[in-house]
Design a protein around this ligand. Structure first.
Ligand SMILES: [Zn+2]
Length: 291
């Protein structure tokens, strides 16, 4: 934990404060804090790991021991992925498109996209996850680091599902996305709305015991921060939602179930306040980088 970021990387200002609630929620060790920008609301770990420390952390944990509930999470995500793929196709009027999934994990999104005729490929740093994608779907993901890999082609869509919040250098990541997108390209991403959501407001979320996963996200975005950041790097935000939409199907079928309560709370929180649990953004590559 060696890097101390004093100024907000989005607003370049030093109007920051410690967020004790976020620190308690993540159950961080004494010497790690959460800082928050008072202008855009971006939060980050303070101090933050260096690139070297971070890659060591990944070698130690993540996909080398695929979490037990991972399969359950994947099944939940499939419905969500299918809805998203439909939206992407609609955006391009169903024409043939080339898509890159960054942080492709075990290949589910690439597989679903290919089923619809999209020319999809993925990048994934974990060798274990790549092997699993091959075994399961016959997909050859590109193994490596998105920021340094040699990629000699352009894409119509770049997709990141719960990946962007893992980048230590968000600006560098967005520059890479811009470089790899075609001129009319679309950047589709989802990140957690980890602290500025209705569940935190209502104190419904349970505090997490500290684990390595507590420090896997160096940055914590909210709708305002992610929008400001994307605009700064020349993107235009077409659509932003904070609704955990894959709960929708279940709630419709079983009104009165535990899902129904969550459905209503999240629906209203997104609609009125943009305070759902996740942030899903569709942004187009447009204009020039603003400094
Ligand atoms: Zn800021």
């Amino acid at each position: 934990m060696s890097i101390k970021i004093e100024e907000c990387v989005i607003c370049d200002n030093a109007l920051t404060e410690y967020d004790e609630t976020a620190k308690r929620f993540l159950d961080l060790p004494e010497d790690i804090n959460v800082k928050r920008c008072r202008q855009c609301g971006l939060r980050w770990l303070y101090p933050m790991m260096s690139v070297e420390e971070y890659s060591e952390l990944y070698k130690l944990s993540y996909f080398d021991e695929i979490p037990q509930d991972y399969e359950k999470v994947v099944v939940q995500r499939l419905r969500h992925y299918r809805e998203r793929i439909k939206k992407i196709l609609k955006y391009f009027n169903n024409r043939k498109i080339r898509l890159l999934d960054v942080g492709a994990a075990t290949g589910e999104f690439v597989n679903e996209a290919r089923k619809t005729g999209i020319d999809a490929t993925g990048i994934e740093p974990s060798l274990k996850a790549c092997q699993r994608a091959k075994e399961r779907y016959g997909i050859d993901l590109i193994q490596g680091d998105f920021l340094v890999l040699d990629i000699n082609e352009r894409f119509d869509v770049i997709h990141m599902h719960h990946v962007f919040e893992h980048f230590l250098e968000p600006g560098k990541c967005l520059e890479r996305v811009r470089d790899l997108l075609n001129d009319n390209g679309l950047f589709v991403l989802e990140v957690p709305n980890q602290f500025d959501n209705i569940y935190m407001d209502l104190r419904i979320l349970k505090r997490k015991p500290f684990s390595v996963y507590s420090i896997h996200h160096p940055y914590f975005y909210n709708p305002n921060a992610i929008t400001t950041l994307l605009i700064r790097y020349g993107f235009e935000v077409e659509n932003l939602k904070t609704w955990k939409s894959y709960l929708k199907g279940k709630s419709r079928r079983i009104p009165g179930s535990e899902y129904f309560f969550h459905y209503i709370v999240l629906f209203l929180a997104d609609l009125l306040l943009k305070r759902g649990l996740f942030i899903e953004v569709y942004a187009t590559k447009n204009g020039r980088r603003k400094k």
